[in-house]
Design a protein around this ligand. Structure first.
Ligand SMILES: NC(=O)c1ccc[n+]([C@@H]2O[C@H](COP(=O)([O-])OP(=O)(O)OC[C@H]3O[C@@H](n4cnc5c(N)ncnc54)[C@H](OP(=O)(O)O)[C@@H]3O)[C@@H](O)[C@H]2O)c1
Length: 337
């Protein structure tokens, strides 16, 4: 250990892990395991909060095999906030006591635990204005929303065009950040969500909101007749034949949940130089984006909508809630005590 820890770090910690793929919430086990140690360019964090993303339980389901999980047993979850308690060799920008937001390495996870090791390259300082729960919501969900909007042409420095965008599943973890970010970029936003969240999504800034369970919502047509320059597509089960007629001549559908057919379709669009395109997007985590997003929370330009909070001892309830797919905002696990 390169630096003395300001906080006494115990030898073991409480964590939640699974031993095998499959099993859902019932497959999660509460264990006492050794506290990891920070290696080169790493920080040891005492975690305060973690947020669950659908990818966490998709990994448990085995949907990303053979890449993830890298090995079992596996402590899931990557999006965390906490306090630095130790730093490994080579760390220059942080010291014990710093409050931070981090995205842990997807291959090793580690977020459902009292302590976790984060890379300095995916950790940012968390100002006092940003609570641990709000910060923990950001890395995957807001990061993906930001990158999807950028790939449509959104700019956040005031130089962008007033594009028309559609955001599907605007009440979900990615969608509610996407609505707010799109408005910050000066875009006209049409959004879809369930009836119970229409007013909420409007309050986030959406100009038009469609209930996805109605025929109008299913058609994705903008009530004001606008054609979309881009779609941030955050749900499943909508075919290209539904998107195609509502797109502007060079409209792009940024699909963050692409299935095999969507990947084939996007390949076809590419090789045929199609004007309207389906574009799959996988988050490319980076520190600059995370710093930008934390800054927006600090300046109260964006907020984290919290669906629910669970203590670590009830992590399986949080897990189940995410699997059910009806969260409004982020599901947060807090490491009490
Ligand atoms: N490519 C990437 O890098 C990347 C990154 C992040 C997420 N993702 C993926 O993106 C998807 C969304 O993630 P998330 O965190 O936003 O999920 P989430 O928080 O679980 O989304 C739940 C929300 O989606 C709404 N919803 C469900 N079906 C809908 C539909 N057909 N139309 C409109 N709204 C609908 C639900 O509303 P109701 O309760 O009213 O049904 C609920 O509010 C997941 O599949 C996730 O794995 C991919």
């Amino acid at each position: 250990m390169a630096a003395a820890a300001a906080t006494k770090v115990p030898a073991t910690m409480r964590a939640v892990q699974y031993d095998a793929c499959g099993g859902g919430a019932e497959g999660l086990k509460h264990v006492e395991v050794p506290v990891p140690s920070a290696k080169k360019n790493e920080l040891l964090l005492k975690l305060e909060a973690a947020s669950i993303n659908p990818v966490d339980w998709k990994i448990q389901k085995g949907m990303l095999r053979p890449f993830l999980p890298r090995k079992l047993p596996f402590i899931p979850v990557t999006d965390v906030a906490g306090v630095v308690v130790d730093v490994g060799p080579g760390v220059n920008g942080f010291q014990a006591g710093d409050e931070v937001v981090a995205m842990l390495n997807s291959f090793y996870g580690g977020g459902l635990a009292e302590y976790a090791v984060a890379s300095e390259s995916l950790t940012v300082k968390r100002p006092p204005e940003v609570s641990a729960a709000e910060g923990a919501g950001l890395p995957i969900a807001a990061g993906t929303a930001l990158q999807a909007l950028r790939s449509i042409g959104a700019k956040f420095d005031g130089t962008g065009q007033p594009l028309n965008v559609l955001i599907t599943a605007a009440s979900g973890g990615v969608g509610f950040y996407a609505v707010q970010l799109a408005k910050l970029a000066g875009l006209h936003v049409t959004a879809t969500c369930g009836a119970r969240n229409v007013e909420l999504v409007k309050s986030l800034g959406a100009n038009e909101v469609l209930d996805y369970r109605t025929p109008e919502g299913a058609s994705l047509q903008s009530p004001s007749g606008k054609k979309y320059d881009g779609v941030v597509h955050c749900t499943v089960g909508i075919s290209w034949s539904t998107f195609e007629p509502v797109l502007a001549p060079t409209g792009r559908v940024i699909d963050i949940t692409p299935n095999f057919a969507a990947i084939l379709k996007s390949g076809l669009h590419k090789v045929t130089f199609a004007k309207k395109r389906l574009v799959p997007l996988l988050l490319s985590p980076n520190k600059a984006d995370l710093e930008f997003l934390v800054g927006l929370l600090k300046d109260h330009k964006m907020k984290t909508l919290i669906d629910s909070r669970f203590p670590l001892s009830e992590a399986s309830k949080a897990w189940q809630k995410s699997i059910e797919g009806h969260a409004t905002g982020k599901i947060i696990v807090e490491m009490e005590g």
